[in-house]
Design a protein around this ligand. Structure first.
Ligand code: MN
Length: 224
């Protein structure tokens, strides 16, 4: 009886949770929490449909290789070259999209709830000369990314902070990345991230983004 219960439990657990498949995390705040910087409709569509689609497409790509469902997303995107050749592009695009969006939600917070500390200010001054210079360089990377992609603040293996941008759903953790490093801040500059509210004015979106950065999380990641 006990064994039967265990088997039944395992069956239910696997069928209900879709064992091992990649699932997007819930937003760490409500859809309207970042208003007026990012409107709730954009958040809802971005999280529930765009982000969810990357997960669904990643899961579909891995169907032929179900053992890969057990891997951590970081393990997958850091070792794309070791994957079967027929799924490398799908994992790069959809695994990248899955990871990048999960990360993006985590480095934002409702305005005023996670301000920059003097300690973080000093780190940015040490790396970029001033906080304004840091912001200007990040904005330039975000606005200057042609087409769809992301701008990033990354921590290189030397410990130095650096600003880069990547196309599509690439990031600095991938094997083929031009510049490698650990992401500590990012902004999504795909049009789906801002078009409803800002239309073609990417600059306005990028400048407003500073209102909702979770500096507490950025500082924690830099310190790791
Ligand atoms: Mn996006």
């Amino acid at each position: 009886m006990k064994q039967l219960k265990i088997i039944l439990f395992l069956f239910l657990a696997t069928s209900v949770s879709g064992y091992g498949q990649f699932k997007i995390p819930a937003l760490p705040y409500s859809y309207n929490a970042l208003e007026p910087t990012i409107d709730s409709t954009t958040m809802r569509i971005h999280h529930d449909f765009h982000h969810a689609a990357y997960a669904a497409n990643l899961n579909k790509a891995l169907e032929k290789y179900p053992e890969l469902y057990k891997k951590d997303i970081l393990e997958l995107i850091q070792n794309i070259n070791e994957l079967p050749a027929d799924i490398q592009t799908a994992v790069r695009n959809n695994g990248g999209g899955f990871y990048n969006h999960s990360f993006f939600w985590s480095i934002m917070a409702p305005a005023g709830t996670a301000p920059m500390t003097p300690k973080l200010e000093k780190i940015l001054i040490d790396n970029f000369g001033s906080v304004d210079a840091f912001k200007a360089e990040f904005e330039k990377a975000a606005v200057g990314r042609f087409g769809s992609g992301w701008a990033w603040l990354i921590k290189e293996s030397t410990g130095k902070l650096r600003i880069i941008s990547t196309p599509n759903q690439d990031n600095s953790l991938m094997q083929k990345a031009e510049v490698k490093g650990k992401p500590v801040l990012t902004i999504d500059v795909w049009e789906h991230a801002y078009y409803l509210k800002y239309q073609n004015k990417r600059v306005a979106y990028v400048k407003a983004f500073w209102n909702v950065v979770n500096w507490t999380e950025v500082e924690r990641l830099i310190g790791q």
